[in-house]
Ligand binder design. Structure first.
Ligand code: SAM
Ligand code: SF4
Length: 335
């Protein structure tokens, strides 16, 4: 990818530079993870979501404004028809330094090589348990064996620093954190543990009861591993630790117990074209309306994006002890 002479930077009221865009290319998914979705989800009508061309156009505007990193996510990004072609096009945008993706792994066994060839640099793959029965309970429709094959395929394809994402719920999978780290260490992968966030209503559990703080996960891990703090180079919300004697790092994403908002460098584009300025707030701008009102006018779109930075909130408003104030699910948001 070539360098691009950026003249404009995206900066918010608090002086934070936005250089990272996450894009949900579909709200649909082949899994129904209990922390992410209700069992009988109603998805957006197809006409309401951005076309592939609109997504590519919006990504181009962001890159021209100085965004160097784009993460493609969802829902499950790989269930969207045409996802691969879209990734190829985004991967070729002049000035983009990093195209990365988050996936549940279900389609990686057959798509990993093509994704690598399309220019995807790194993949995060979700894996909350190594027990096939628990996996079925947590994802409702997923198959562990298939995801493990996907992880192997991603390794064989040669992606840099594959990362496992695990959402930890008390009494569901908290007992497995050390086994998950061992799984990552044995394969030279990184792993991040994520505290559950109250996005949308879920019907399988009470989020406050299922809360298992990062601090406890860390204590559990320290019984089996020596964890050495490493400085975060990503500007992201994770606290990172090196597992001594291995190539693997363990990250903790702790929206409840640690506030990472001061260094926030990212915004999110939902599948229906809403630019979300913060994961834990509803402040947004309808970019679909802009691209449909001014088709092909990239300057109008860029101006709307620059103006949107003024309403990026200072911090998120998560509180797991209250009814969710954020009604959208993570799948609609683009985690
Ligand atoms: N389908 C892909 C996957 O599962 O990796 C990508 C989208 S998913 C919404 C992105 C990440 O968000 C996953 O790692 C998932 O575990 C996490 N996630 C979903 N709902 C969450 C919630 N309520 N709290 C915290 N993390 C959540
Ligand atoms: Fe699908 Fe990912 Fe949400 Fe699970 S976490 S339901 S795999 S979008």
């Amino acid at each position: 990818m070539t360098d691009f002479p950026h003249t404009t930077r995206l900066v918010d009221r608090f002086g934070r530079i936005v250089n990272y865009l996450r894009v949900s290319i579909t709200d649909r998914c082949d899994f129904r993870c209990v922390y992410c979705m209700a069992e009988d989800m109603v998805f957006l009508p197809r006409g309401q979501i951005l076309s592939l061309e609109e997504i590519q156009f919006i990504c181009r505007a962001f890159v021209e404004l100085g965004v160097g990193k784009i993460r493609i996510t969802g829902g499950e990004p790989l269930v969207r028809k045409g996802a691969l072609g879209l990734l190829q096009q985004i991967g070729q945008l002049p000035g983009l330094q990093e195209l990365v993706m988050t996936s549940n792994g279900s389609k990686l066994a057959r798509m990993a090589d093509d994704l690598k060839a399309a220019g995807v640099k790194r993949v995060n793959i979700s894996l909350d348990t190594l027990d096939p029965v628990k996996f079925k309970v947590l994802t409702r429709t997923g198959d562990l064996e298939n995801v493990l094959k996907g992880i192997n395929a991603a390794r064989d394809a040669g992606f840099e620093r594959i990362k496992i994402n695990a959402v930890i719920l008390k009494n569901r999978n908290h007992q497995e954190v050390a086994d998950l780290v061992q799984f990552a260490v044995d394969r030279g992968l990184d792993i991040s543990f994520i505290e559950e966030m109250p996005l949308g209503t879920v019907d399988s559990h009470n989020r406050a009861d299922a809360y298992y703080p990062s601090q406890l996960i860390k204590q559990d891990l320290q019984q089996r591993f020596d964890l050495v703090a490493v400085p975060d180079k990503t500007g992201g919300p994770s606290d990172y630790f090196q597992v001594s004697g291995s190539d693997s790092r363990v990250g903790f994403i702790s929206p409840h117990s640690a506030n990472f908002c001061a260094s926030c460098n990212r915004v999110r584009l939902t599948a229906e074209g809403r630019l979300l300025l913060c994961l834990g707030n509803e402040h947004s701008v309808d970019l679909k309306a802009v691209v449909r009102q001014y088709p092909g006018d990239i300057e109008a779109l860029k101006q709307a994006i620059i103006t949107a930075m003024r309403i990026k909130p200072e911090k998120h408003e998560f509180n797991i002890h209250e009814q969710p104030v954020i009604l959208r699910h993570m799948s609609a948001t683009g985690g």
